[in-house]
Design a protein around this ligand. Sequence first.
Ligand SMILES: Nc1ncnc2c1ncn2[C@@H]1O[C@H](COP(=O)(O)OP(=O)(O)O)[C@@H](O)[C@H]1O
Ligand SMILES: [Mg+2]
Length: 371
Amino acid sequence: MIKHLKLKNVGPAPSMALEFGKRLNLLTGDNGLGKSFLLDIAWWVVTRKWPNEINPRLTAGKKALPADKGEATIQFSFTGKSKEETYKSQYIPKDQAWTGRAGRPANPGLVLYAMSDGSFAVWDPARNYWRTQDGMDVQDRPAAYVFSPKEVWDGLPGQENTWLCNGLIRDWAGWQKEKGAAFKHLKEVLKVLSPSTGEVLEPGNLTRISLDDVRDMPTIRMHYQQDVAVVHASSGMRRIMALAYFLVWAWEEHKQAANHLQEPKTRQIIFLIDEIESHLHPSWQRTIIPALLSVMKKLTKNVEVQVITATHSPLIMTSIEPLFDENQDAWFDLDLEQNKVVLQHRIYEKHGDVGSWLDSEAFGQKKGWLP
Ligand SMILES: Nc1ncnc2c1ncn2[C@@H]1O[C@H](COP(=O)(O)OP(=O)(O)O)[C@@H](O)[C@H]1O
Ligand SMILES: [Mg+2]
């Protein structure tokens, strides 16, 4: 769990300080004020790699650079598997890099990152952490699994004709044919993340969509009684299918890897989600966070889950009202004040309806803002 983050002279604001809640953390603010940037920093703090460094096919997730010539620092602490990591990293211009503590860093548990463009990243303590060989620490495992949007669906290639991940299309079809636990979990996650109880995301029969593509293609059963190939589904459905697949893939693979290593499963998950409302219609926006929290609890029993998510949606903010708990949740808002970006930890007050959220500090629209 990430506890705190303090930035100086890096990113859009001269400084930013965040004390995270241990469960749900929301980031709001206008475009370009640093929400995605903060999520990249959060990912880097616990994994020590920038997403774009691991997979250059990504258009986002680039290494953070100092804002000007002064000293730039990223200070953080997080609780790990066995110890707490607290560190102040400094940017060294001649190395074009941020300093890191020598030796084996703390193990943050499973880290998942859903970026706004459909890219995904996973850091798995069983598959990406350092290992010990002949009494020495060696860091020869993949640094993390970082997928461009296309690779989420078609698979993530490894080195020399190997595959790090089969991708949604092949895995879903394989799981469906094998009728095992993975498919059961996928169906369950899809059901909970569905737009409404009357409109359930349910797998249909496998199909083929082209003479030139031999893959069995998963489908989704639409309520107008058609099985639609997952690649033809709407953007909102594809975003949720990808999220569901990722949760199941990361957790199943983690369990298998931990088993293989004869180690216990992780007790901690950090889930970073950018623009959680992307492509979702209003009523779906109202259910997505509560559904996600509940399905993660179900899928990963006895695991502490910390979510850090950015949103532009007043519907997301109202949807949290019944569950927001200031002892474990937090809301951070980015604003422009006298030409400076300022980050504030705001008190979460209930506003009731969406209109009142729109003209609240979160979105700053004037009353009667429609032209
Ligand atoms: N790699 C980086 N290094 C330094 N600053 C960055 C980097 N990436 C983004 N930023 C800063 O963040 C701003 C973009 O913020 P972003 O997080 O994309 O906004 P949003 O709140 O819309 O998600 C840029 O204008 C820049 O100031
Ligand atoms: Mg953004």
